[in-house]
Write a protein that binds this ligand. Structure first.
Ligand code: PRP
Ligand code: URA
Length: 209
């Protein structure tokens, strides 16, 4: 698979700066995550295959292109991945949505799985796993392993902010998965939070603490 793609379009960088600001409240944070996800999706779907169709415009018959019936599935990693679903579905309205519930144990920082519900035909779908944060990589690695166990073999991972540690772990564990990132940050702190990051993405989206 190709190298991780860093989607650093100025609009994306601008919106992520607003998301990082601790004074940005949940409402604005949710709007921003939706907008950033839409912009990222635009790039992450650049390789979708097209087929030629014939349509009648009011003026003439035209040979033109539409996306060829490729079936997609979005899989957010709960909770924070839910924040990216609306934006992705705006561009990919026909995608089915699966859910994988994982939380990081606060002491070990290891992912603990509590939920998994995927489309029955996930094996035939192109899967985009979404989670705004890639810290140690544990959650993304486990989620993708789970999705592969269900038979999927065409998988992309899209996250907004990544730590180098997590990116390395993920690409080593799943070298076949194309990764899209909007910002590659400095490192993890002793609590395995991303520096500078944006804090706890789930809490920022849902207003919990
Ligand atoms: C966050 C985030 C990722 C995970 C990243 O979820 O949304 O899923 O941490 O960390 P990792 O790369 O070290 O695994 P969290 O566990 O805080 O759960 P939440 O979304 O329910 O708040
Ligand atoms: N999960 C988050 O939400 N933020 C981090 O910085 C690390 C893990």
């Amino acid at each position: 698979m190709g190298k991780p793609v860093i989607l650093d379009h100025p609009l994306i960088q601008h919106k992520i700066s607003l998301m990082r600001d601790k004074n940005t409240g949940s409402k604005e944070f949710r709007e921003l995550i939706t907008e950033v996800t839409m912009l990222m999706c635009f790039e992450a779907t650049r390789d979708l295959p097209l087929k030629e169709v014939e349509i009648e415009t009011p003026i003439a018959v035209a040979k033109t292109k539409v996306i060829s019936g490729r079936k997609l599935a979005l899989v957010p990693i709960l909770r924070a991945g839910i924040g990216m679903v609306d934006g992705a579905l705006k561009l990919l309205p026909a995608a089915k949505v699966g859910h994988i519930g994982l939380y990081r144990d606060p002491d070990t920082h290891q992912p603990v799985e509590y939920y998994c519900k995927l489309p029955g035909d996930i094996a035939e779908r192109d899967v985009i796993v979404v989670d705004p944060m890639l810290a140690t990589g544990g959650s993304a690695i486990d989620a993708i392993s789970q999705i592969k166990k269900h038979g999927a073999h065409s998988i992309k991972f899209m996250c907004i902010i990544a730590a180098p540690e997590g990116l390395q772990a993920l690409t080593e564990a799943h070298p076949d998965v194309q990764v899209y990132i909007a910002a590659l940050d400095q490192k993890l702190n002793e609590n395995k939070y991303i520096i500078p990051g944006l804090g706890d993405a789930g809490d920022r989206i849902f207003g919990t603490k």
